[in-house]
Design a protein around this ligand. Structure first.
Ligand code: B12
Ligand code: SF4
Length: 479
């Protein structure tokens, strides 16, 4: 089959408003994994990652006519819902025969609503998509008209009845998946957020799937069981990024990179043994309860320059409420140890958690300043569908919008309304808090100086300059 996979463009200015110049454009890895299994089976595959090439749905008709695709696959997260559906509509308008398949986090959580409201879509692939998509494409190629035997899909039957097949068990041996088809992406065009890199090109790798923790705001779609790529496979992928894509840095985008100390240590040792630590530097994301000094030292030796931690709140009450399963003490210790071994740090915080008081918002800003990481992100709480937080917010009656395109956590910097405002607070107040938190954190003289020293490239200089300007403007306007 001739297959087109699309990552629609929800532009950085729509997502980050005044902070657009600091916003990331990064590889849609899900599509590269789907493409890889299809290519291996002999299908022809093209990926259009719309954001970096500014590809509009209106350009699609021409491409579809020109390349005679049999099937189009679209990926999207919740805030991209509307633009993904626009893409589906443009495709259907251009060609009535083409099969349209959607996948990714949002439809995995909301298959029935998505399919019933968007009749141009033929199938939804739910959860881990590699083998499901392969089976679906094989069945379509054979001209099948019964798809109920394929696990992990949803569709509307001839009577428009919603059909969902039993879920597919996540693959235990994820090394079975072929190497992601990054060669189908415009790899030179990707720019992560400046706190994620020092030198470009900096590319993403995923070494695990799944997470055993239970944070109530998280949309886990790969389940609780953690599955690991082997050290050999990870090293192979790193080498491809260095040799074929000129990577100077690697971003380990796992949910919890250090989930298994033994595995992380083995990977670090192998990077050192093979001299990879001399060729690239890398960063990762993890939880504060999953590190110790011994591990940090080996990570540092293997080339780790920065670690990002989900801290979320300065209030222990709220950490417990969102089932973060960490303590303020653990947070402080993790930042202390990471800095001690010489690895830079970044902390993620959430503002406007359920029942959060203004005093607790201030505790969060206070903790950010006390931890004094090299970077901090303050997002406004968005209860995403499928999460415990969503159920809680819905029952409390404080959800303001069920329009998925509004589900954005940078609303303080855009003119979008908040989808959720916890009791006793107002939208304006929370939006102000988001700006205030960033200003209080980044406009401290010590931090300004540290950021100037951290500039390693023109890209980073530009991003910091525009980010700083946006903060100053917001301070002047106080809006
Ligand atoms: C990297 C990343 C990003 C990158 C974007 C990367 C990109 N270009 O796609 C950035 C930093 C920009 C980002 C932003 C956001 N993200 Co994000 N992100 C991730 C992260 C950490 C990794 C994504 C990834 O590569 N996964 C690995 C691949 C293999 O998985 P996958 O993409 O899901 O694809 C698999 C299946 O879903 C399926 N599939 C996916 N697409 C398709 C398409 C077809 C046709 C088929 C058949 C199958 C299929 O098959 C794939 C292979 O198994 C995930 C967490 C995670 N573990 O996945 C969160 C995650 C996807 N993000 C999430 C969120 C909430 C956001 C934001 C909304 C946060 C915010 N601050 O507002 C924004 C939205 C930005 C936007 N564009 O609208 C949520 C999604 C929730 C939801 N309901 O949509 C996740 C799941 C985090 C979480 N655990 O809650 N994100
Ligand atoms: S937020 Fe991170 S640690 Fe918590 S459940 Fe989600 S992936 Fe796991």
């Amino acid at each position: 089959m001739n297959i087109l996979l699309i990552n629609p463009d929800l532009s950085v200015s729509e997502r980050y408003g005044m902070l657009a110049k600091v916003g990331p454009t990064t590889e849609p890895m899900g599509l590269t994994y789907i493409a890889a299994v299809l290519l291996e089976r002999g299908h022809k595959v093209r990926i259009i990652d719309a954001a970096p090439i500014h590809f509009k749905p209106s350009d699609l008709a021409r491409e579809i006519e020109k390349e005679k695709f049999d099937l189009v696959g679209i990926t999207f997260m919740t805030p991209m819902y509307l633009c993904a559906m626009d893409v589906a509509k443009s495709i259907r308008k251009a060609n009535r025969e083409i099969t349209i398949v959607i996948g990714g986090p949002h439809v995995t959580i909301m298959p029935e609503e998505t399919l019933k409201n968007n009749r141009e879509i033929d199938f939804a692939v739910l959860g881990e998509g590699e083998y499901t998509m392969l089976e679906l494409v094989d069945a379509l190629e054979k001209g099948a008209n019964d798809f109920t035997g394929i696990k992990g899909i949803a569709f509307l039957d001839k009577e428009n009845k919603f059909i969902i097949t039993p879920p597919r068990e996540p693959e235990k041996d994820i090394d079975k998946f072929p190497l992601p088809a990054r060669h189908l992406l415009p790899m030179k065009l990707y720019r992560p957020t400046p706190t994620y890199y020092q030198k470009l090109p900096a590319h993403i790798i995923l070494t695990t799937r799944g997470c055993p923790f239970r944070c109530s705001y998280c949309s886990k779609i790969f389940g609780n069981l953690v599955r690991f790529h082997s050290v050999e496979r990870i090293i192979k992928e790193i080498n491809i990024l260095i040799e074929e894509h000129g990577a100077k840095e690697i971003i380990f985008r796992d949910d919890t990179f250090t989930i298994n100390k033994k595995h992380t240590t083995q990977l670090c040792n192998e990077m050192i043994k093979q001299g990879i630590h001399k060729k690239i530097r890398w960063m990762c994301m993890t939880r504060v309860n999953l590190i110790d000094e011994e591990l940090l030292k080996i990570m540092k030796k293997a080339g780790c320059w920065s670690m990002h931690f989900g801290v979320e709140s300065g209030s222990q009450r709220l950490l417990d409420l969102v089932r973060k399963d960490i303590t303020i003490e653990q947070i402080k210790k993790a930042f202390y140890l990471t800095k001690k071994v010489g690895i830079k740090t970044k902390a993620f915080f959430m503002i406007g958690l359920p029942t959060e008081t203004p005093e607790e918002s201030l505790l969060t800003i206070g903790l950010a300043k006390e931890l004094d990481p090299d970077g901090a992100q303050f997002t406004i709480t968005v209860p995403f569908p499928g999460t415990k937080l969503f159920d809680l917010a819905k029952t409390s009656g404080h959800m303001k919008s069920f329009r998925w395109e509004d589900y954005q956590s940078w609303a303080g910097w855009t003119n979008k309304d908040l989808v959720y405002v916890t009791e006793g607070r107002t939208q304006e107040e929370l939006k102000q808090f988001q700006k205030r938190a960033l200003r209080e954190f980044y406009l401290r003289p010590g931090m300004v100086f540290r950021n100037i020293l951290a500039v390693r490239s023109l890209d980073i200089f530009r991003a910091y300059f525009h980010g700083g300007l946006a903060l100053l403007r917001s301070a002047l306007n106080k809006n």
